[in-house]
Structure formats: C-alpha cells, structure tokens
Design a protein around this ligand. Structure first.
Ligand code: SF4
Length: 349
C-alpha cells in the first residue's frame, strides 16, 4: 500500500511517516463543563493525541478556547447539519473540523467552510458513517462503494476550491463494510485515513469489532489515525487503541504482558496474580518497553519466558523467574509478585 500524505491536526502530524495516532472523543454533555474538562484531562493523560468534540450549537464552539487553558493536545470540532457551527468553530480556534457529507450538502455552505479553513490554515476531515444512509444495502461491498462514492464527490468539490488538507473516515457499524470501504479508498487516494468501526456495541463486543476491523487495515499499512468507539467510558477507548497499536508493533506504550489462558495443569490463581502484578507495576509508574511473561506451568512457561525479557513459570505453588534461559530467582505463589517486580526493576535499571 502506498504511503499517504502528511496532514496536520494543529501541531499533530498524521499520515506520511508519522506514527499511527490516537484520537478520542468527549462524551460529557457541554452543560457539565467541569466534568467535561476533567474528561479531556483524563483522555490526554491516557494517551489521546487529539480530542474531538461535538459542536451542536454555535455557542459550543467556545469550548476550544476553554479547553486550551487545560490541555495541550489538538481539538477537532465535530459538525453535523449546520455549517455555521463549523464557521464558528474555526473562528474560536479549533485545530480541525469534521464535516459529514451525508448532512452538510449545500455547495454554497461547504464552500464557505472550506474558505475559512483555508484562511485559518486548518485541516478538515470528511467523515462518512454507515448510519448516514437511510437505505438497506445487499452486501457490505455495496455499502462500502456508496460510502466511497459519496466521499469522492465531496473531495472533488473541495479540491476544486484549492483545498487539500484533508483526512477521510469511512466507518461502518459492520466490520466488513469498514474494511472494504477503507481498502477501496486507499487504492485511489493518498489522504490519510482516520480509522474506526462505529457503533460497535458494549465493551467486549466493541473491543472485538474494533480490534478485528482496525487490525486488518493497519496490518496492511492502511490508516494514519485510529479512534476506537465503545459504549463505555472514553478512557477505555484510548486504552484499547493503545493495545491495538502495540499488538501490531506500530507503537509502544510501556511494558507488555504475556500470560497464558491457564488450563487444568495450572495450580495457582494465575488470573489474580497477573491482575495484581499489572496494577502494582502500573501504579509504580513503570512504563518501560519490557516483555514480561507470566505462565501457569512448565509446558510453555520457560519457552515464553525465554522469548520475553523476563518471565515466570509456575509449578506446584512454586515459581521460577527466568531471564533468557537462566533461572534468576526461585519464588512461590505468595511472594512472586514482589519478586517479579524487583527483578523487572533491576533488569531495567
Ligand atoms: S502454560 Fe501450562 S497452565 Fe498455561 S495454558 Fe499452557 S499448559 Fe496450561
């Protein structure tokens, strides 16, 4: 897949040689300003690199100035139906605008938004969702083609105004539609793609659909930015995005845990041990890129430990900590978390 061009969202580069970026979206309604600011701060702390906010009325656009007193990452205004909200958002200092071609359709209105974005030197995202179509399609491919066709017409009109700082998103609530639409688009355009599967459902379903959809595209070199959508807290979306990118070795966000699913060979409470270890190491602020294996028995334990930077294999209530093929510590079920943390910190220091 050929490389996309670079497009800026404020100070954040996307596409080209940039790492795949993580975007989050605010969920707090604008009338709860303190809560909204806290959500933005949490998202930035979790690792979001840009934040999108729904601008539903012109007065919401002032959030750009308010939030810029609290966070440093770029802000994107999400605009539907009313082009004047886009004009106000540009005036108030948003770093980019998202327009939906399914509901901002008048050429004169699009033209005005493009003109102001160009004057301010900000980028725009053309964002199409499957929910924007009020008809049923026979196949995922049919829907994907419609999404790309709508986007292509919109892009052509915007390019005719001499505007090229564009990102594009093509999100289906169906994984196959999302994959097909983005692959189709990437074949003909070099604008960076903002990837997401939309309306994915509750946490587990959403994590699964997002991981399959985004993972498939990212593994083929498609995608400059991702936004995970879950019917869950927004910080969880950022965490999942980080796990997706690190699982494909596209980004690194600290230590990686390898642990077995357990089976009837396992004679310790591995699920608790792994959770406690992860929490304690995270609480200590350890964020170095070490691979740490925690395995339930000697069948695969020593092998995984060997391939990781440090690892544990359990036996009968006993544990052996390995670094490479060397046993560096003998421990037991009760002390293993403390011992492993000590060894991890020693190896990294
Ligand atoms: S490492 Fe051992 S306990 Fe864990 S799943 Fe494999 S065989 Fe079972």
């Amino acid at each position: 897949m050929k490389k996309s061009k670079t497009v800026m969202i404020g100070t954040l580069s996307t596409g080209g040689n940039s790492p795949v970026r993580i975007k989050a979206m605010i969920k707090t309604p604008v009338q709860y300003l303190d809560k909204l600011i806290n959500e933005a701060l949490t998202l930035q702390k979790e690792g979001a690199e840009a934040i999108r906010i729904a601008v539903r009325e012109e007065k919401d656009a002032k959030l750009a100035r308010i939030l810029k007193n609290h966070i440093t990452i770029p802000l994107v205004a999400d605009i539907h139906f009313h082009y004047k909200n886009a004009l106000k958002s540009i005036e108030q200092g948003f770093d980019a605008i998202r327009l939906n071609p399914a509901n901002i359709t008048k050429r004169t209105e699009i033209k005005q938004v493009v003109k102001e974005a160009k004057n301010k030197g900000i980028s725009m995202r053309i964002g199409v969702n499957s929910g924007g179509f009020k008809k049923k399609f026979k196949t995922s491919q049919d829907m994907a083609e419609q999404m790309v066709n709508l986007t292509a017409d919109y892009i052509k009109f915007i390019e005719d105004q001499g505007f090229f700082d564009l990102m594009v998103s093509l999100k289906g609530s169906d994984v196959l539609t999302t994959i097909a639409a983005n692959k189709l688009f990437a074949r003909s355009y070099d604008y960076p793609l903002h990837l997401g599967v939309t309306a994915t459902g509750p946490f587990l379903e959403g994590v699964t659909k997002s991981s399959v959809g985004l993972g498939c595209l990212l593994s083929q070199g498609i995608g400059g930015l991702i936004r995970v959508s879950l019917t869950a807290d927004s910080f969880q979306e950022v965490r999942v995005a980080k796990y997706i990118l690190s699982s494909l070795n596209l980004r690194s966000f600290g230590f990686e845990l390898i642990s077995c699913p357990t089976c009837s060979r396992c004679e310790v409470n591995l699920i608790d041990i792994v959770e406690v270890f992860k929490k304690r190491l995270t609480d200590r602020g350890f964020n170095k890129p070490l691979k740490i294996a925690i395995m339930g028995c000697v069948v695969n334990g020593p092998g995984e430990a060997y391939q990781a930077d440090v690892g544990v294999a359990f036996g009968k209530k006993k544990a052996v900590i390995f670094q490479g093929d060397k046993i560096i510590k003998k421990s037991n079920e009760n002390n293993v978390v403390d011992d492993l943390i000590r060894e991890v910190e020693r190896i990294w220091s």
